[in-house]
Design a protein around this ligand. Structure first.
Ligand SMILES: Cc1cc2nc3c(=O)[nH]c(=O)nc-3n(C[C@H](O)[C@H](O)[C@H](O)COP(=O)(O)OP(=O)(O)OC[C@H]3O[C@@H](n4cnc5c(N)ncnc54)[C@H](O)[C@@H]3O)c2cc1C
Length: 317
């Protein structure tokens, strides 16, 4: 096993995702404290120019292959596995994202390496790893056994800015393993339908969750949003219930938003929701449960029934 921290870089449509910079920043802290090497693994086809955004890494391993042009869990899993087998890193950091979760489990089995998921904290020596479970209601610390481990990091756990550095890191070109005859094939990237309000450009969002109870109550939130000069967004159960369209969903499988004000009404604050709104300038949460995880992220919290809160604020406005 080497003293390497390997960060798997996630990118989509030409943009490196924030989670990659979060992991690079944390990886740099650990490698700095332990005398290790921080290595970024970039996979794709024709994306070598992205290495210039990975200046914080001591080295970038770049694997270019036509089969890696679009995300394919099987191809990416095989490639990460090959790099891990060759380099024997002591820690492999992967995003706890839709893509990352597809990779981490497979590499863990293939390389027989322990896998710690839902990671929200890592000590600066890398020896204590905290997982956030049950929608953020319980934290579990895992102590390192000294063996290599894979950690999948929840987006928003570390500061992305700590991992951003332009530069010219050493680039090692590595060949992909044999990616012929894959049983999974990429077909199409399905993006949210257009034609609705673009919640990613709104400065004020009033976001409703399951606490709204029925689509008949949605006009209350719409009226409040309109008085505030914003729009209504929501958590996933609201879209699953077909009360609002997918274009309004904030979170991991929805859209990332960064408004000036994000007001949540009856949203618990599950990690998948937090992933999409954690960067809002001001977060105000209203929830009847004082222990709701959303209050860990809100700048202001109101423990109140939304059906009392909404008319009271609407009246004031
Ligand atoms: C792969 C994957 C992807 C996902 N992607 C997303 C995503 O993109 N976006 C997303 O949001 N979720 C996503 N989820 C779902 C996520 O895990 C949660 O289930 C979801 O965010 C919960 O939504 P909620 O907070 O509205 O509901 P709940 O967790 O049920 O919370 C409802 C909250 O309302 C409060 N409440 C109830 N009544 C009132 C009242 N009258 N007044 C005030 N408060 C009240 C309750 O105390 C509770 O905290 C994803 C899950 C998976 C597995």
């Amino acid at each position: 096993m080497s003293n390497q921290i390997l960060v798997v870089i996630e990118h989509l449509k030409g943009n490196i995702e924030d989670i990659s910079f979060e992991m690079l920043g944390k990886g740099k802290e650990i490698s700095g404290n332990t005398g290790g090497e921080l290595v970024a693994l970039l996979m794709g086809s024709g994306v070598e120019s992205m290495t210039s955004q990975l200046g914080i890494a001591d080295k970038v391993i770049y694997v270019d292959d036509a089969n890696l042009a679009e995300f394919n869990p099987q191809a990416y899993c095989k490639t990460v596995s090959e790099v891990v087998s060759t380099n024997q890193p002591k820690m492999i950091m992967i995003g706890n994202t839709s893509m990352g979760m597809d990779i981490a489990g497979g590499v863990s089995i293939d390389q027989n390496i322990s896998f710690i998921a839902y990671v929200s904290g890592i000590s600066s020596d890398g020896n204590t790893i905290t997982s956030s479970l049950y929608g953020g209601k319980m934290n579990v610390d895992s102590a390192s056994s000294g063996d290599a481990c894979i950690v999948s990091v929840i987006s928003g756990s570390f500061k992305a800015d700590d991992g951003r550095a332009d530069g010219s890191p050493a680039v090692e070109n590595a060949s992909a393993p044999d990616l012929g005859n894959l049983s999974l094939q990429f077909k199409q990237l399905i993006e949210p339908e257009g034609g609705d309000v673009d919640i990613t450009t709104q400065e004020i969002l009033v976001s409703v969750g399951r606490g709204i109870q029925s689509d008949e109550n949605l006009p209350l939130a719409e009226e409040l949003a309109s008085k505030l000069g914003g729009a209504v967004s929501c958590s996933r159960p609201i879209v699953d219930s077909k009360w609002l369209s997918k274009t309004r969903q904030v979170g991991k499988s929805g859209l990332k938003v960064k408004p000036k004000l994000y007001l949540t009404l009856g949203i618990s604050g599950a990690p998948e929701h937090i992933e999409g709104m954690k960067d809002a300038d001001l977060i105000i949460a209203v929830n009847t449960d004082p222990n709701a995880p959303i209050f860990d992220y809100a700048h202001y919290g109101v423990v109140q029934d939304i059906f009392d809160f909404i008319p009271a604020l609407s009246d004031k406005l």
